[in-house]
Design a protein around this ligand. Structure first.
Ligand SMILES: N[C@H](CCC[C@H](N)C(=O)O)C(=O)O
Length: 283
């Protein structure tokens, strides 16, 4: 599937106790035709009142705590299967709610942002995470500096840029910043250009996945960070390379993400090895 070009593999792990292994993820990503950004594994529920437990695996085999585009894909699969429109899911980061809208768009409630330095987490204390000391490039003329940081379950750094987000070599700076010692659990790195209080252009280097066409949690973090630095309103359209996402940071502190999800093809996967076969499509 894809969520605005964010490549997502939804794996049905219901009714079984095993997990998608890091080795399987790496093998699947190493095969032409199945390169992906995240795997969303749908497991049986662990907590009463939830529909499913969802595990999220990056293409390097590492686990992620949150994935906004992937959650929309999960909602679309389950809506198509069950007809239900609303779901409560559990992830390692807590409960999430998803809803299929009448127009085909899908909304996910990504929960509340965490803004304290130890929750993101950062390696050292910063009283104010709206602007932390971190820069890249020449000391007296940094190319990128002073990001706002936030956790949407997963760690994000939003670098505010005045110029076109495409004018920065994110493929070069992304890996350095993702692995910077200030981020003990690494981080997703975004470049954000605010073009109006309700419009942000965003490019993201994802932790464990690299450059992607879209990153839902990064869009959420950008609006949270935009609003708390008075750069944006609490609701904005976030234009990512794959298209537009809508984010609202509600008054109850929950961040709600709306966008499309698209099914591409189906097949059968061995979650231990990553071996897969594509379903035959009837002519
Ligand atoms: N593509 C995802 C984010 C994946 C995050 C992952 N790269 C990490 O935190 O390790 C999204 O739509 O929110």
């Amino acid at each position: 599937m894809n969520g605005l070009g964010n490549q997502i593999i939804v794996v049905d792990m219901r009714g079984r106790a095993d997990r998608v292994t890091p080795a399987a993820a790496i093998a699947i990503n190493g095969t032409e035709g199945t390169r992906f950004d995240q795997i969303m594994a749908i497991h049986d529920p662990r907590t009463p009142g939830t529909a499913n437990y969802i595990e999220i695996i990056n293409s390097d085999g590492s686990r992620a705590q949150a994935c906004g585009n992937g959650m929309r894909c999960v909602v679309q699969v389950l809506t198509a299967e069950q007809g239900a429109q609303r779901f409560t899911f559990e992830t390692v980061a807590g409960l999430l709610f998803g809803e299929a809208q009448a127009d085909g768009m899908i909304t996910v409630d990504m929960g509340t942002p965490k803004l304290a330095w130890y929750d993101i987490p950062l390696a050292e204390e910063f009283a104010d995470t709206r602007k932390i000391e971190l820069q890249i490039g020449p000391i007296d003329a940094p190319v990128l500096h002073s990001p706002s940081v936030a956790s949407m379950g997963n760690p994000h750094a939003t670098f505010w840029v005045a110029d076109d987000v495409w004018s920065y070599a994110l493929e070069r700076f992304g890996p350095m910043l993702e692995n910077h010692p200030i981020f003990p659990e690494r981080a997703n790195i975004s470049l954000a250009q605010v073009v109006a209080p309700d419009k942000i252009i965003l490019r993201t280097w994802e932790r464990g996945a690299g450059l992607t066409e879209a990153c839902g949690t990064a869009a959420c973090a950008a609006v949270v960070n935009g609003a708390r630095t008075r750069r944006t309103a609490r609701a904005a359209t976030v234009t990512v390379p794959g298209g537009d996402l809508h984010v609202a940071w509600r008054d109850d502190d929950h961040v709600v993400l709306t966008g499309p999800a698209e099914r591409e093809w189906t097949g059968t996967l061995d979650p231990a090895t990553g071996a897969w076969v594509r379903d035959e499509v009837a002519a």
